[in-house]
Design a protein around this ligand. Structure first.
Ligand SMILES: [Zn+2]
Length: 387
């Protein structure tokens, strides 16, 4: 790879012919049309938050260093921004009046309303740019390396870069497009940010059963995303048909895995809804996210709910009471051992040899409080728990 350091390009040069696409959330071109600012494989513009974009302009005004910018030379006099697209898009958006900064008196200033000397200071800032020439794989390999500076690319953004092509382009149109009217519906079940590729990542995770890069690599040159879309929609439709309510705790569950495991079973949405409400309101259930799988699995695996257990004070107090009683009657302090006929019939277990048990099972409405607590020897407790 050949690299060349350039310090002759100013902010003004970059802003010539600047085009920003509001719909796609991307800066498109600059440097009089010679520069592609956010190539397809780059993430969308994420600095438009009134903080990071403003900080870029403040840095220009104060003369702070902006850090290195990297271009790749794609043809004679044609470049793409490899690193620095967020900063460059901020220049262009400010110059074209897309946002304001706040001056020292707290007054918002768009570029056109800025004092001439400050305008000049911004436009005349010379940038430090490395121009690089190499093969696609050299450049992408290097891209992975340099992206440790600034806002690092997340996993999916990196995957998009590595597998860039028609498939990624189409997939981003569907799953990374904040204008897509379905996003609101999807976000009931998926957490994260559309622009940071979290929805795309989820869709790929589901269809590929977790083998995202492998899937992207196999489909890299596909001209359609039919399978990805169909699978994704099947999962979403399945969730919304089984669970008619939308609850906060649904967001970000491993729906792909749940779909794979349970979608062949039938459910009565009304019963599911009632059970869900009941469990969400149950103070003893500590893991509200586990409720969904618990219900899907037929309300059997209580571990998923992480039901509140008896505290140490309760256990000690119940132990002491049971043991006193057992010693008086000369029977075991485990009530189940006491009913038996073997050697343990009169055995006094130590506290450490016993576990707390719900007399009336939690799943049958038994409370986790001292009135519903009994101590059993570990063997009996285990035997009871398995029933
Ligand atoms: Zn026992």
């Amino acid at each position: 790879m050949i690299t060349k350091l350039r310090v002759d390009i100013t902010v003004e040069d970059i802003c010539k012919g600047f085009v920003y696409n509001e719909y796609e959330g991307r800066g498109l071109f600059g440097l009089s049309g010679k520069l592609t600012i956010q190539p397809e494989y780059q993430r969308n513009y994420i600095y438009a938050d009134g903080k990071r974009d403003v900080a870029v302009i403040d840095s220009l005004i104060k003369g702070y260093p902006l850090g290195l910018i990297y271009f790749t030379k794609v043809a004679e006099d044609k470049f793409e921004v490899l690193d620095g697209q967020q900063r460059i898009t901020s220049f262009g958006r400010y110059k074209t009046g897309k946002f304001a900064i706040t001056d020292s008196n707290g007054i918002p200033r768009y570029f056109d309303g800025l004092a001439k000397d400050l305008q000049d200071k911004i436009l005349n800032t010379e940038l430090t740019i490395y121009e690089c020439e190499g093969t696609e794989s050299e450049i992408k390999e290097w891209f992975k390396t340099i992206n440790i500076v600034g806002v690092p690319l997340n996993e999916q953004e990196l995957s998009n870069a590595i597998h860039s092509g028609p498939f990624v382009t189409k997939a981003k149109e569907e799953f990374s497009n904040s204008q897509n009217a379905n996003i609101q519906k999807w976000s009931a079940y998926i957490s994260g940010n559309v622009n940071r590729q979290d929805f795309l990542r989820t869709a790929l995770d589901w269809v590929s059963k977790g083998n995202i890069d492998d899937y992207m690599s196999r489909h890299r040159y596909d001209n359609n995303i039919d399978e990805l879309k169909a699978y994704f929609n099947s999962v979403i439709d399945w969730i919304s048909s089984v669970f008619s309510d939308v609850e906060d705790t649904m967001k970000g569950l491993k729906w792909g895995e749940l779909y794979e495991t349970y979608h062949r079973q039938s459910y009565d949405p009304k019963q599911v809804s009632e059970k869900l409400k009941e469990l969400l309101e149950d103070d003893y259930v500590k893991d509200n996210k586990g409720i969904y799988e618990y219900i899907l699995g037929g309300c059997v695996d209580k571990k998923l709910l992480n039901v509140r257990i008896f505290d140490e004070v309760t256990k000690k107090s119940v132990y002491a009471k049971q043991t006193r009683y057992a010693e008086e009657k000369n029977i075991s302090n485990c009530p189940l051992c006491a009913m038996g006929e073997d050697n343990n019939k009169t055995r006094i277990w130590k506290l450490s040899e016993m576990d707390a048990d719900h007399v009336t099972a939690w799943s049958k409405g038994g409370d986790t409080d001292i009135k519903n607590c009994q101590m059993l020897c570990k063997t009996h407790n285990r035997a009871k728990g398995n029933r």
